[in-house]
Design a protein around this ligand. Structure first.
Ligand code: ZN
Length: 474
């Protein structure tokens, strides 16, 4: 009498990095899935008597929890490659805002599809898309639908500007993007949440664009709405050195101290960047277990600064990794993990400040906790969200340590399967649910039109001469 076990999907033969409580690694290991959940994880030998509707031989591969991208602006991938060498506030006022004014619903939707496809190629299974252009109800829901069409889970954090503030006015940020009043913004977000309530594959979160330059009233009421609807909420906070200075000047308080004073931190609170926090802000974010999106590539690309990773994680904050839209150029979780470590090391001038294990934790279990999804580690009962990565090829030879291979050697080209809730959304390096070529063609066409509409032709200059280095004869 056989006591064989039955499941829908069995991944067996590869190295299984669980990122569970004990950080167990099984080599060779196996993961069994039924419906959208993991039902068993362990050594491959324990699964010899299992029967599965589909078995995938993962020999030579690593099975990981799917990556979570905790801060994205998918629409910005339509402007990939542009905006080089600009500082943050001019990058916003002269590049991103004019682009945000020009972009239409169909553009945003195809931009989201493009980004979601790239995410799937990168082993990302869940994304928090901070979407802020355009933000009418149909576009916001269209972007959520686009992410879902590719097969990812997550949330569209609907970016809100509300009534224009003095800070925005003083820094040339008070453009067309402030098109809805605070009341209108909140009503529209509420309607979007009703259309995609908690439990949706891709939900909607309230997301004032930036705590520094939106109204305090919008911040307070956004958090109220999130608590009422049972969603998380999101905003940018203290990414530029000047952010807390402007805020102090205007309100006489540092931004996180204010959020803390108002009781807005904690459950469901997620802040992107958090680079310029003082000790009291680190403590408040840590004590309340607030989520922080660490975006090391955009921090370097825009020359912002280095997040206090050690202090934040030490204090108890939930820190995930984010790719942050166009300022990363490439939606690549592997380079994000690598840069997350290297940036800390060069800043501290010390090697032990971070490591590959920490990078994988942030990209998986911490990110899932930040986003409130029951994934992030491989254990029975968890959602079957997984990335399966090939560890073959010259850059993986010889393969001594799987953690180092994933963080320092691997790239999206190595991702063989991306699985969300037991459904294979990427197989043999191709998305299974969407016609990639059709999306690329439409994205190219719409992006070219947008460059003209936004008046960005000057940004297309193929080689930008730098008078500081172009000496005669060099
Ligand atoms: Zn951002």
């Amino acid at each position: 009498m056989s006591d064989s076990k039955i499941c829908d999907l069995l991944l067996t033969g590869g190295t299984v990095v669980t990122v569970d409580e004990q950080r167990r690694i099984f080599n060779p290991g196996a993961v069994a899935v039924t419906d959208d959940r993991i039902v068993a994880v362990g050594g491959a030998d324990d699964f010899l008597d299992w029967e599965a509707t589909r078995t995938i031989d993962t020999t030579g591969m690593v099975v990981l929890p799917g990556f979570v991208d905790t801060h994205q602006h998918l629409f910005q991938y339509l402007m990939r490659g542009l905006g080089e060498g600009m500082e943050l506030w001019p990058w916003l006022s002269e590049f991103i805002w004019p682009f945000a004014d020009a972009i239409q619903r169909e553009d945003a939707v195809v931009g989201a599809k493009l980004g979601a496809i790239e995410a799937a190629h990168s082993g990302v299974t869940a994304v928090l898309d901070h979407h802020y252009a355009p933000t009418d109800i149909a576009t916001t829901l269209g972007v959520a639908g686009a992410i879902e069409e590719v097969g990812l889970r997550g949330a569209v954090a609907r970016g809100m500007m509300g009534n224009v503030t003095d800070i925005a006015r003083r820094h040339n940020l008070a453009g067309e993007i402030f098109r809805y009043s605070t009341d209108q913004e909140l009503a529209m977000t509420r309607e979007c949440i009703e259309a995609r309530p908690v439990g949706s594959h891709v939900g909607i979160w309230p997301a004032p664009v930036n705590v520094i330059y939106v109204e305090q009233d919008l911040m307070r009421r956004s958090v109220e709405l999130a608590h009422e609807a049972g969603t998380g909420w999101h905003t940018h906070c203290s990414e530029a050195k000047t952010d807390p200075i402007y805020y102090l000047d205007e309100y006489g308080v540092r931004p996180v101290n204010w959020l803390h004073r108002e009781g807005l931190l904690g459950e469901g609170a997620t802040l992107a960047h958090g680079i310029f926090f003082d000790d009291s802000e680190i403590e408040q974010v840590g004590d309340s277990r607030t989520g922080i999106a660490y975006c090391p590539i955009s921090h370097q690309y825009i020359g912002l600064g280095v997040m206090r990773l050690r202090d934040l994680r030490g204090a108890g904050a939930t820190v995930g990794l984010g790719l942050d839209g166009g300022s990363g150029h490439r939606l690549d979780m592997f380079s994000c993990m690598k840069q997350a470590v290297l940036l800390q090391r060069v800043h501290a001038q010390e090697t032990t400040v971070s490591n590959g294990e920490e990078a994988i934790e942030m990209a998986t279990r911490e990110g899932a906790s930040y986003l409130g999804v029951e994934a992030g580690f491989l254990a029975p009962g968890r959602l079957a969200d997984m990335a399966v990565v090939r560890l073959s090829g010259v850059h993986h030879t010889p393969m001594h340590r799987v953690v180092a291979a994933v963080v320092y050697s691997a790239s999206p080209a190595d991702v063989a399967y991306t699985i969300v809730g037991g459904r294979i959304i990427l197989e043999d390096g191709e998305c299974t649910l969407i016609d990639e070529e059709a999306v690329f063609a439409e994205a190219n066409e719409r992006s070219n039109q947008l460059v003209k509409l936004a008046g960005f032709e000057s940004l297309l200059e193929p080689w930008r001469m730098d008078p500081r280095t172009q000496h005669a004869g060099r």
